[in-house]
Design a protein around this ligand. Structure first.
Ligand code: SF4
Ligand code: SF4
Length: 171
């Protein structure tokens, strides 16, 4: 080792040890999951929950899904007229609604396009499986996740409600 290199080695070593000592004194930033649950951001995309009663089997979400990982089956039922002389109505009855989370890329398009508020983001993320085929979840499981959906965020105090398309704009 040359004299020049030796002279830079000692200060470098001292500075490195000082950094190590300083870091060793600092409390750890890591969280002890699963004993300690992570504090997730309010709009976390953990899993998609289904409000089964709101779903009309319109198929819009399945058609718009870029991964084709939403599977819907339904049948039509005839609803008798509510009043005498009225007309019977046809209604879709949801038989199957499933999402394959091994294909889903969590883009949120299905949630955005649903016209009936039947799909929601849940922050729930603890649904890992050891077999990829078990990531296909049916409507019962998707419905259970509704309990974990947070209430909608409050409107930003600075929001100008006169510029929305909602009923506020007309008032
Ligand atoms: S989040 Fe995107 S990829 Fe996943 S099911 Fe919805 S539309 Fe399909
Ligand atoms: S878009 Fe909404 S209402 Fe239509 S099938 Fe999908 S979840 Fe059901």
């Amino acid at each position: 080792m040359t004299e020049k290199k030796k002279s830079g080695f000692i200060p470098g070593l001292i500075s490195g040890m000082a950094t190590t000592a300083k870091t060793a004194m600092r409390p750890a930033d890591t969280q002890h999951y699963p004993d300690e649950k992570p504090a997730l951001p309010p709009r976390s995309r953990g899993v998609i929950a289904l409000q089964t009663d709101n779903c009309t089997s319109c198929m819009l979400c399945a058609r718009e899904c870029p991964d084709w990982c939403i599977y819907i089956d339904s049948h039509k039922e005839t609803i008798p007229p509510a009043t005498e002389g009225g007309r019977a109505r046809q209604q879709n009855v949801l038989d199957r609604f499933a999402i394959d989370f091994s294909l889903c890329m969590y883009c949120g398009i299905c949630i955005e396009v649903c016209p009936f508020d039947a799909l929601f983001w849940s922050p729930e993320f603890e649904y890992a499986e050891t077999d990829i085929r078990d990531l296909l979840h049916e409507k019962d499981r998707l419905g259970e996740w509704m309990a974990t959906v947070p209430p909608p965020a409050a409107i930003d105090p600075g929001a100008d409600l006169t510029k929305t398309d909602g009923p506020e704009a007309d008032s």
